[in-house]
Design a protein around this ligand. Sequence first.
Ligand code: ATP
Ligand code: MG
Length: 643
Amino acid sequence: MNEGTSSTGRSSAASGTPIQPPASFVAGANVTDGSLRESFAERWPECWERAADFLDWSSPYDTVLDATDGYDWFAGGTLNASYNCVDRHVEAGRKSHAALKWEGRLGETRTYTYHDLYREVNALAAALRERGVEAGDVVTTYMPMLPELPVTMLACARIGAVHSVVFAGYSADALAMRLADTESAYLVTCDGYYRRGTAYDLKRKADNACLDVPQSVDRLIVDRLDDDRSYGDNYVGYAALLDEYRGETVEPVPRAASDPLFVIYTSGTTGRPKAVRHTTGGYLAQVAWTSHAVLDLGPGDTHLCSADVGWITGHSYVVYGPLALGATTVLYEGTSDYPERDHLWGIVERNAVDVFYAAPTVIRAFMKWGAEYPADHDLSSLRLLGTVGEPIDETTWRWYHENVGGGECPIVDTWWQTETGGILVSTLPGVDAMRPGAAGPPLPGIAADVVDPHGSPVEPGESGSLVLTRPWPGMALDLGESTGEDPTDWRYETGDAATVDAGGYVRLLGREGNTLNVAGRRLGTREVEAAIVAVDGVAEAAVVGAEDTRRDTVLYAYVTPQRDAGSEARLRERVRDAVADAIGGFAVPDVVLLTPDLPKTRSGKVLRRHLRQIANGEAVSDTGALRNPEIVGELESIVDGVS
Ligand code: ATP
Ligand code: MG
């Protein structure tokens, strides 16, 4: 086994002995069968019945996978996602269990039992239908984290409409692009929202977007700001409309398993956001199964996922997965550090959260603020922690494990994408040992390879491209391509670079193209970043290559110091020493820049292409995906200052 061996063959900063899940966790875990991967592989694709069994079908499917024309999972079966996430829990005697808990920006709280959710979803479904929404129509939402958002998604699902959720932080242009692209004639939005105590106008952006699209858009508006503003003729008030329909019920419309449940756009980290469509049957089965097997959720659990519902993570693991299983899902409005930096830990404590799922960038922010914030709260209800969205380096992993998980909770480092619908690579928390820095093996039923540019699998420990070689139920419609006669001859290139060790654990190295040639040697920037983040006083780091006048690669390290990091010169020195120790002198960054923040997408991913442009002295283009565009100018002047 290639433990702790990096792509360059040296011992990396992210090495360590595997950590076994604690016996106390295993004793109560949903999945403890260590032979699941083998049994799924032997019975593929029939193994996926196991996921479909988490759902109630209106009519049973004929075959697990019909691959005669594309990949039709659970072909012949029909079901309704709203029935599966709401009605059946009410029918099973859990009507007074909390389905959704919400904490608002002004300290308000709301709890929806499954019965409450049933009433809200039915009322809105009836109202939408009256307004003309039919099965297959696209309904767009443009709202912050309000309970009305999942209610709208489920109401759409109930009548067979396809939802398109647009993140509230997006601009009018971004909303218009999505409205036009999906030809959506319905919009559910709100007047505004609070962020850090300030009210932001959302309606004006919605107005502008609607002016910019060819179709006319029927609009419902949620009153969040409570400011007596009149909305004008183009909008119908959500609350008043719901009052009219409350008490009505709408029969859930049976949908074919392959009918789209929603459309969503990728984050746009590597280029222009792409539209992705997910199915009703395969998608819902995949997220229910992974919520059970990886997030270890069940009916008695309270789950807090810090992702916005505007991202796929929010769709799958704030809304559909937890609700399909009858668990309680917690939503909060706004940011994790307002009014105080312990805001999220207060939510965990008040709601006795069992499972917490967040992005490494969120965890690194907590690390930067300090361990005293989680320490101030009783986090003993937590049983399992998860991460998603970016590689988590070993230092951050250990901080999370220790300071949030009390040194006890297992951590699942879950790799997946918008296109995959649900988690595909992760440890099973009740079965597999954890290796900080490596996500884990592909889940049962998932086949993945790390390949060289010719498509041949690389040796253990060598870096290559992560490809998925068999379809799975939660795959987006029209994903990948078949490569032969047999339905198993199929391939989807993920665009991520990875290594796999002899034990089958996949370690993600970031996007392809983040591998550099430095002094004639291959170097993964992720590896340099891991060495830097391990330095005391460093919160976050991103490393990119630039070209000097002789066209040699020059390494730039952008480093965010922690509070109280001490002398800047000494910190730079420690960064250089750490890289030299962990990897070697050739990998030591030529330029170490200290910066208060890194350019990030609205979903929290570091945009390395902008860092590359800045390092090369090029104009920074296409900043539309940035959450914090102001950092670009700041970084440009820092770079100017050193070169
Ligand atoms: P776009 O495809 O438009 O460039 P995006 O890829 O950022 O945007 P997402 O689908 O939200 O949009 O992100 C998926 C990507 O996130 C993966 O391809 C991978 O690079 C990264 N990722 C997700 N989870 C992990 C993880 N656990 N470890 C490492 N990387 C991860
Ligand atoms: Mg992507």
